[in-house]
Every structure is written in structure tokens, then in C-alpha cells.
Design a protein around this ligand. Structure first.
Ligand code: GAR
Length: 194
């Protein structure tokens, strides 16, 4: 940490609305963090353009260029350490984190997921909730371990599913919460409240 800000990296694979929410809070000075880099595993992910528009560096890699996960994770760790990154926030990074990254950033990788974990882990959590006909779902922020959307839960917020909801309207409600909750949890974490 220099200048009183915690250096963070955001990992994302898709549209990047959570990345944008975190980066904008940090750039506006409302989050005591500097987003040093976006790490992206998909060449054509829209999140890359969002990072470029905000002047944030992008580290993009193609997993198929590496023999194994440990190889690209070792390269990522080297890059993160060079950039003095202290905390990693996964935001729609659709890949399991391996032991190389977990060891280097033990207890310092968090993830956001669009359900009340442990319900509906994995992909399509919003569709899973709709299909299960549950009355409530929500958002979870948790620390990352080697599992899929497992690891100690830091914070959760409930969303009620109305009879008029479809997957799209539910997704919209969930994302609105995510964009507020994730920066708030990151702030609590860097301020040592978690
Ligand atoms: C978010 O809703 C996040 O919770 C989810 O991916 C979406 C990414 O959206 N993550 C998972 O499902 C993790 N298993 P975004 O690219 O617009 O931030």
C-alpha cells in the first residue's frame, strides 16, 4: 500500500458490470483502493473495453496457450506481485482458482455470486433459482477456496422473487444489489472490519 490506497486486481470473463462498479467507486475516491489491473481470460470479453475506457490496465491471457492452470496462474502471480496487488476480487471470472493463485493470495481472494450460497452454485444461478421456484434468492460475497463458489461467506443480501419476475428481471434486481454490495464489502475488508 502506498498513498493509503489498497491495490486490488479484478478478475472477470464477461460483461464487467461489477468490474465497472468497483472501478468507478475507486476512481471517484469513494473506495480506498486503486484498481491496478483487470485480469481477463477471454479475448473478446466486453469487460476489456470497460477497463480501457477507465484507463485501467488489462492483463488478458488465453488459457489454451498454456499446458496447465499452474502455468498461467504463475504468470498472473508474477504480474500481480510486480504491481503490488494486495487483494483480488473475482467478478464473473468463470474459472476455478487453482492452488498457485490460492497459495500466493491466501485469504485475500473474494468472489461475488448471484444466489444465497450454498444454494445454486456454478453457472446460471439466477435461472437455477427460477427453475427451483424458490421465493427468495440473493447475492453472496465470500472468500475463495478451491471449490466452485464455496469458501467462507462474508456477506449476503436477500432478494424476494415476485410472481411477475422472469430470469431477466430477477437478474436486473440482483445486479443492482451486486453493484452496491461488492464495493461496500471490499471497503470493509481493506479497512480491516472483516
Ligand atoms: C455476476 O452476476 C456475478 O455474480 C456472476 O457473474 C456475473 C458477472 O456479471 N458470478 C458467478 O456466477 C460466479 N459463479 P458482470 O460481468 O456484469 O459483472
Amino acid at each position: 500500500m502506498s498513498n493509503g490506497l489498497t491495490n486490488i486486481a479484478v478478475f472477470a470473463s464477461g460483461s464487467g458490470s461489477n468490474f465497472e462498479a468497483i472501478a468507478e467507486e475507486a476512481l471517484a475516491g469513494r473506495l480506498p483502493c486503486q484498481v491496478k489491473v483487470l485480469v481477463c481470460d477471454r479475448e473478446h470479453a466486453p469487460v476489456k473495453e470497460k477497463a480501457q475506457a477507465l484507463g485501467i490496465s488489462v492483463f488478458c491471457f488465453r488459457p489454451r496457450d498454456y499446458e496447465q492452470k499452474a502455468d498461467f496462474e504463475a504468470e498472473i502471480v508474477r504480474m500481480l506481485q510486480e504491481a503490488d496487488v494486495e487483494l483480488i476480487a473475482l467478478a464473473g471470472y468463470m474459472r476455478l482458482v487453482g492452488s498457485t493463485l490460492l497459495k500466493a493470495y491466501e485469504g485475500r481472494i473474494m468472489n461475488i455470486h448471484p444466489s444465497l450460497l450454498p444454494a445454486f452454485p456454478g453457472k446460471d444461478a439466477v435461472e437455477q433459482a427460477m427453475e427451483a421456484n424458490v421465493k427468495v434468492t440473493g447475492v453472496t460475497v465470500h472468500l475463495v477456496d478451491e471449490g466452485m463458489d464455496t469458501g467462507p461467506i462474508i456477506e449476503q443480501e436477500v432478494v424476494r422473487i415476485q410472481t411477475t419476475d422472469d430470469a431477466q428481471s430477477l437478474q436486473k434486481k440482483i445486479q443492482q444489489i451486486e453493484h452496491r454490495l461488492y464495493p461496500a464489502v471490499i471497503q470493509q475488508f481493506v479497512e480491516g472490519e472483516i
